[in-house]
Design a protein. Structure first.
Length: 249
């Protein structure tokens, strides 16, 4: 492995280039200009974007890559720090089948599940459909813990029971304990999650799907930001709800 000073230099040196940046603006930023991706990606090369960005932006950039005689797929991941450490990341891929097959062996080094979901942009739609449930589940879990706690059950017991119950998805199992102790460093902070939720709400309007629980959960992220907690893991919404319930933390 060696360092390169620009996206252009990386694309010129590699047959397959992988990027993962924070948002749509960041992705467009690494694409443009004399040192950007488009300046360095030549014919026959493949660009794999693993960022969670707007499907429309991704599709637009893919079209520009194809004008250069190369190709691009969107390949966001589902998982957390814990699932990464366990080698259990799931990767969704949107793009041409032949490009998916070319990228698949590389992506399998990141996780055991790599799925082609359709054309460019659709992996991002799938990622957004996944991420909305993370916040909704965390909010519902928080409601359950606080309902039990204010009924007289110690919080530690409530968390233990719920994380071993029928509602214990992998996310609830690894984030549920955050109701007892938040991590020193956010696994996925409020600001980044709300970026995804804004994309979720935008996509919902475009395809005319009502997203009532997503909208409510998103408001708790806004409340967390208003309390100065934007840099905390999004599981901090437990504390937002706890304050509303008059529970001491």
């Amino acid at each position: 492995m060696r360092w390169a000073d620009s996206p252009r230099a990386v694309c010129e040196a590699a047959e397959i280039t992988i990027a993962m940046v924070t948002d749509s603006a960041a992705l467009e930023n690494i694409f443009d200009g004399p040192e950007g991706v488009l300046a360095g990606i030549g014919a026959g090369k493949l660009f794999v974007d693993m960022s969670t960005v707007s499907p429309a932006v991704s599709k637009s950039l893919a079209a520009k890559v194809r004008e250069r005689g190369s190709d691009m797929v969107d390949a966001p991941v589902s998982g957390s720090i814990l699932t990464l450490q366990q080698g259990k990341l799931s990767v969704m891929v949107g793009g041409r089948v032949e490009s998916f097959e070319r990228a698949k062996p590389v992506l399998l080094d990141l996780g055991p599940k790599v799925t082609h979901v359709g054309e460019n942009g659709l992996a991002l739609a799938m990622k957004l459909a996944t991420n909305l449930s993370l916040v909704v589940q965390m909010l519902a879990f928080s409601e359950g813990v606080l309902l039990a706690e204010k009924s007289g059950i110690p919080r530690e017991i409530a968390v233990d029971v719920l994380t071993h119950s029928a509602i214990a998805s992998p996310m609830v199992q690894y984030r549920g304990p955050f109701a007892l102790q938040m991590p020193e460093h956010a696994w996925f902070d409020v600001g980044m999650m709300q970026k995804d939720m804004k994309l979720v709400m935008e996509l919902g309007r475009q395809v005319e799907v009502p997203l009532p629980t997503s909208a409510v959960a998103n408001e708790f992220l806004t409340a967390a930001r208003g309390m100065g907690l934007a840099d905390q893991d999004f599981a901090i919404i437990f504390q937002v709800l706890a304050r509303m319930a008059g529970v001491k933390l």
